[in-house]
Design a protein around this ligand. Sequence first.
Ligand code: NOJ
Length: 537
Amino acid sequence: MQVHPASLAEPWWKRGVIYNLYPCSYMDGNGDGWGDIAGIRSRLDHLVRLGIDAIWMSPVFVSPMKDFGYDVADHTAIGPQFGTLAEMDALIAEVHDRGMKLMIDFVPNHTSDQHPWFLESRASRDNPRADWYVWHDPAPGGGPPNNWRSLFGGSAWAWCEERGQYWYHAFLAEQPDLNWRNPAVAAAMHDVMRFWLRRGIDGFRIDAMWHLLKDPLFRDNPPNPDFKPGEPAIRELLQIRIADLPETVDVVRGFRRVLDEFPDRATIGELYLDFDRICAYYGAALDGCNLPFNLHLIMDPWKADVVARAIETYEAALPEGAWPNWIFGNPDNPRVASRLGPAQARVAAVFLFTARGTPIVWQGDELGLTNGVVPPERVRDPQEKQEPGLVDHNRDIARTPMPWDGTTHAGFSTVEPWLPLTPDHASVNVAAEERDPRSMLSLHRRLIALRRAHPALAIGDVTVLTGANDVLAYERRHGGERFVVALNFAHAARSATLTEAAGGRIVLTSGLDREGETVGEVVRLAADEAVVIALTE
Ligand code: NOJ
């Protein structure tokens, strides 16, 4: 698939499409029911045909798998269940041979409690790594030092008998937080980055980026006046002492300095924050994270006026020269096709690939996968196990294996997979969707091909035209090339007066029936329909 030469003048992470690949669920290459590197290597062509520019691969490092790889016990070795370092090197080469980039997860906030650094740190108060994690004495009357909670429920403090102190863990107790105020920690983690950059990795997705620093005075978090019963317990408190401390950006700048030792690398970074705070992580001189995540399409209601406002707020908040990004799904949240319904998920796809900003696709959303159905006895997610039964809380439902074909285990494995397949995998799978020009997969391929062929869609400017009456419309423009995109968020027909679109020609719809149609200044949209209108060729 060709990229237009005008787009090629921009870096890959700006003009391209990034695909979040979840190794446990992509493809099982060794018949144990779990995905692995051999499996990924055997299915790279799916991503080539889709038109992906860069893969962000979730962790494959040595790990006790308490949090499915986000509990790293050795940052520079591959977990045996995923493969070997030689296989990883081969994967890097094969991804590059196919003209794609490979980014991996970098998990700097915490390690596994089995990591040698933590085993040493916990052994005494005066060992060489005693200050590598976040330790604190008990409160004066005994018990945890303060009211900080774990994102996975319960106190964020775990007791260490050997030291007579608590360690802080933003996530599981088995994921102790590193102390980023200690320069030795920064130096060691920077070397981890260099290890992978030297092997040819093109960049990192920085896990839990907004959690890296905690209040040095260890003050309590205040109550959250907006807490609603039924939400995870951590929401009872505002997280102001444990997340998004302003000086966190300095740590991110440190990552960037390491990246800049190598040509053409980039970081994307996890943050669940408002636009003004997201934008701080670019760094005032664009010397921070290349693409701090914008997770608003996951957090906010799917309404035309809300998304119109989001675009405008985001564009206004971006520092000069900073590039946005948009994301509908990830391994931690319910699937977009279940949140919005299948028809609006197609509208969402049109938005994702025509918006100004790098599209980040969650594995399986290109098939329109819905939430998995995971019976209680098959729950794997530690978040769900610690606080069972909350709404949209079990992350397993978004992590079910990729259905490749209609066979018993969907071509994912030769045995029962670690998580159940989606119930409709016999019909909703890659092979079936490849044959169907109306499938979600075909829509994704058409959208990505269109974006790659047109600089206005890949790298152009954006102007919001309307967000009223359930219709979101915007113009994309680069040089003489112009497109108007109109999305109907309603399950009923709508029309919008868009003088900018008059005389244009529809080049893509979320259906298939109107390509080539010329539009006037009143653009008619069927229920749940999205159209891309070319103004000039
Ligand atoms: C965010 C990751 O996406 C999630 O899966 C993980 O549990 C936490 N960070 C902790 O590493």
